[in-house]
Design a protein around this ligand. Structure first.
Ligand SMILES: Nc1ncnc2c1ncn2[C@@H]1O[C@H](COP(=O)(O)OP(=O)(O)OP(=O)(O)O)[C@@H](O)[C@H]1O
Ligand SMILES: [Mg+2]
Length: 366
């Protein structure tokens, strides 16, 4: 059963100039119980807005327009904000905002944040009971209990982020949304944070996870599925491995070509940037939002790009939004790979030997 079911959700920002920025446009997806889903996409494509929108808790400048959100079968779309705050946030769904670890009030000890969360939900626990609960949770998650008596400024970046995650999940939410929880950390701290998220799921403190990052390689091995977002829309979804090694929609393909996956078989991977920039969402783009940047526009066959683009089914759990059929896309990609072999772009080619040679030259002072 779906733990989170989002159907045709549309939300927008209203600017001071009264302009409408449609950052989440008719988005539909579901997240099954016990599963994790990654959301990837360039900066500004709407990942954080989608995260805030699925909590059903809106405040200016973000507004709800249409669509529905259900958590574990409960429709939260039309609930009053006060009801959402008291009965949904923290228990049904918890959100760790982007850069949350830098937003901890420096004048309060960690235990105070936990007390606030528990008190806000009216559990009526005594101070001792709250302390016991916090210590137990921290110990199960391999976090030192002494952190509870420390101030945020006394903690390292990695420990601060893990603490934020522990505080946000103290009420064992059904759905956890972690927005770029590891982007600001070094690689080993990133791994520890990801381990913690897995632990939370394994131990049943979090039932389903929505993990947001603009770094696609991070999602590989972290989430079961990956969704790619572009200009406020979901343009592709599939199992993590398929999405990383066999993307279909040209934007996902471009995103993959612009990164290195730490896996065998990526040696000699040609790194390419996606030319251009995402469309301006102040004027709601019609039709294919990627068309201006798409290198396959000429073969796509649509005379008028404004027509609606349907989602295409590409096997179980796999969807992509493009006018081109799967077989045609695969043929185009195959052709492109063959051309790349014939005419290698040396300046764009990431070859281990070249780096090794550069290193050797540098060491030799050349
Ligand atoms: N408070 C706001 N007021 C108006 N527009 C906003 C506001 N916050 C975000 N936007 C716009 O909404 C769009 C989506 O932004 P969002 O922050 O959701 O993107 P993102 O995918 O999370 O990016 P990043 O990877 O940089 O975190 C962008 O065009 C952005 O300019
Ligand atoms: Mg964001």
């Amino acid at each position: 059963m779906a733990m989170l079911e989002v159907t045709n959700l549309t939300t927008y920002y209203k600017t001071r100039m009264n302009e409408k920025i449609c950052s989440v446009d008719k988005v539909s997806f579901s997240l099954e119980d016990g599963k994790s889903l990654g959301i990837a996409g360039e900066s500004g494509c709407g990942k954080s807005t989608l995260a805030m929108s699925v909590m059903g808790y809106y405040f200016p400048p973000l507004y709800y327009e249409s669509g529905s959100i259900a958590i574990d079968g409960k429709d939260i779309t039309t609930l009053d904000p006060d009801v959402i705050r008291q009965t949904v946030l923290g228990t049904d769904i918890a959100y760790i905002p982007q850069a949350a670890m830098n937003a901890l009030n420096p004048t309060r000890k960690i235990m105070r944040f936990i007390e606030d969360v528990l008190k806000a939900h009216g559990f009526g626990l005594s101070k001792k009971e709250m302390r016991d609960l916090a210590e137990e949770r921290f110990s199960i998650l391999n976090l030192p209990a002494k952190v509870l008596d420390q101030y945020a400024v006394e903690l390292s970046g990695g420990m601060k982020q893990r603490t934020v995650i522990a505080i946000s999940t103290i009420l064992s939410p059904k759905v956890l949304i972690a927005d770029e929880p590891s982007s600001a950390l070094d690689v080993s701290s990133q791994k520890i944070v990801i381990r913690l998220l897995h632990d939370l799921m394994e131990k049943g403190f979090v039932r389903s996870l929505l993990f947001i990052t603009h770094e696609l390689p991070l999602l590989f091995n972290v989430t079961d599925d990956i969704m790619v977002m572009y200009a406020g829309e979901i343009v592709e979804r599939g199992a993590a491995k398929e999405m990383v090694f066999d993307p279909l929609m040209p934007y996902s393909k471009g995103l993959m070509n612009s990164i290195i996956v730490p896996e065998e078989g990526t040696r000699g991977h040609v790194l390419q940037a996606i030319p251009g920039a995402p469309p301006n969402l102040k004027i709601r783009p019609e039709g294919c939002r990627f068309s201006e940047r798409c290198q396959y526009l000429k073969v796509c066959g649509a005379k008028d790009q404004r027509g609606m683009v349907e989602d295409r089914d590409a096997g179980p759990g796999r969807l992509y939004r493009c006018r081109l059929e799967e077989a045609r896309l695969r043929e185009l990609y195959r052709q492109q790979e063959e051309d790349a072999k014939k005419f290698p772009l040396v300046s764009h080619t990431f070859v281990d030997e070249e780096i090794a040679a550069a290193g050797t030259k540098a060491e030799a002072g050349l």
